[in-house]
Write a protein that binds this ligand. Structure first.
Ligand code: SF4
Length: 389
């Protein structure tokens, strides 16, 4: 990986107007999320106007269109380095030919969602909570998307959420106390549509807790309008999980959008995916988690990259994630440390993974090591010190 300068990367800078300088775009247009969506960069020609592409990228753009659409908002596109195919933003969003290769272990539906749908569009995998897929569209498309089978409208399946049946299932299933809206990106829905969904869910008495998973605060911070924050604030307790993988994604505009959400009383967490050449080092993760805290976002999960087809070039060994957690725990603020998890292939749910801090234990004593490698005995029985002999 290219050298990484912590001091530079933790600074906030604006993404505007970048490649759009001198193109007759007013600041008002730039700040309008509708303009951003209308002007997404999608075709090879548009991408090549700004970036010098490698052969792997050119072929990827031409070949992956029937697997997962390619689209990038102008805001996010401005974060891509024009001449560096190793740019950590670029690796997440510009298709590469490797996406067309399938590793023997890879799957179309790695988290086994389709087999846990009591109603199309509603995943009920854990006893007390559900995942509600409310759209198949995103502002930009991540090349490692675990739901690429249904996201973007060009993949193997189409999302056909049965709205009325889903609401009825929730009304008739009292053990569900937590609903996570996801997709695609729920914040791409219009304010009115989002409000209709949230208010219908809030009318169900046993649903205590609402969550939204969204990458829009990062791809399209212009969407975090005061009106949207006002709507969301009417449905507390409502938590929002953003998805940010690299400190460079946290621009001034992103920080301002996140502050608007936090000021509306919405607790914010971050779910990041561990990706090779993007954020697979302690130093990148340290800058990321520190910058997230500055934006009032708690680093929540660090995911091992799912076994989605065509993602092997972005996946790291599990050991890399463990080493990152070991490099953070004790070395920085506890709030800054995400839980490293694997979403078990086939639908077993999230499994937490941690470095092993227990050196050995018996029924009387446990020998532990701290973040500096020093050992400490924690006694629980009457005879002390047996492990040290
Ligand atoms: S924002 Fe989420 S759902 Fe959309 S492409 Fe990225 S990972 Fe997939």
């Amino acid at each position: 990986m290219a050298s990484f300068d912590y001091d530079t990367e933790v600074r906030f800078s604006s993404a505007a107007p970048g490649y759009w300088s001198g193109r007759d775009v007013s600041p008002a247009q730039w700040a309008d999320y509708r303009w951003q969506l209308k002007n997404r960069v999608q075709s090879l020609d548009r991408i090549e106007e700004h970036l010098r592409l490698s052969e792997e990228e050119r072929s990827g753009i031409l070949l992956t269109g029937t697997k997962l659409a390619s689209a990038v908002t102008p805001h996010y596109f401005n974060l891509i380095e024009a001449d560096n195919p190793g740019c950590p933003v670029r690796r997440q969003i510009i298709p590469r030919v490797e996406e067309t290769f399938t590793d023997p272990h890879e799957m179309t539906d790695p988290c086994g969602e389709d087999s846990h749908m009591p109603v199309p569009g509603l995943v009920h995998r854990y006893p007390d909570r559900v995942l509600f897929l409310v759209t198949d569209r995103c502002a930009s498309y991540c090349r490692y998307c675990t739901r690429s089978r249904v996201v973007s409208g060009v993949g193997e399946q189409h999302l056909e959420t049965q709205w009325e049946a889903a609401f009825e299932y929730l009304e008739n299933t009292p053990e569900v106390r937590d609903v996570l809206l996801s997709g695609g990106d729920p914040l791409l829905l219009s304010d009115a549509r989002l409000e209709r969904i949230l208010s219908r869910l809030r009318r169900i008495e046993h649903i205590q807790f609402l969550r939204i998973g969204s990458r829009l605060p990062v791809f399209l911070p212009q969407r975090i309008t005061p009106e949207l924050c006002k709507i969301l604030s009417r449905y507390h307790p409502l938590f929002l999980s953003i998805h940010c993988n690299h400190p460079r994604e946290l621009t001034t505009e992103v920080r301002e959008g996140l502050e608007r959400l936090a000021d509306a009383g919405i607790p914010l967490g971050n779910q990041s995916v561990l990706l090779r050449g993007v954020n697979d080092s302690v130093e990148v993760q340290r800058a990321l988690v520190h910058k997230l805290l500055l934006c009032r976002v708690k680093p929540y999960y660090l995911y091992q990259c799912d076994l989605i087809k065509g993602s092997a070039h972005l996946r790291t060994p599990i050991q890399t994630g463990l080493e990152i957690i070991e490099g953070l725990r004790g070395h920085t603020t506890g709030y800054a440390i995400p839980q490293f998890v694997i979403d078990a292939p086939g639908g077993g749910g999230k499994i937490p993974l941690n470095p092993d801090y227990v050196v050995r234990s018996d029924d009387r004593n446990t020998l532990l090591r701290n973040y500096e490698g020093k050992e400490f005995l924690y006694p629980e029985g009457q005879e002390l010190g047996s492990l040290l002999m």
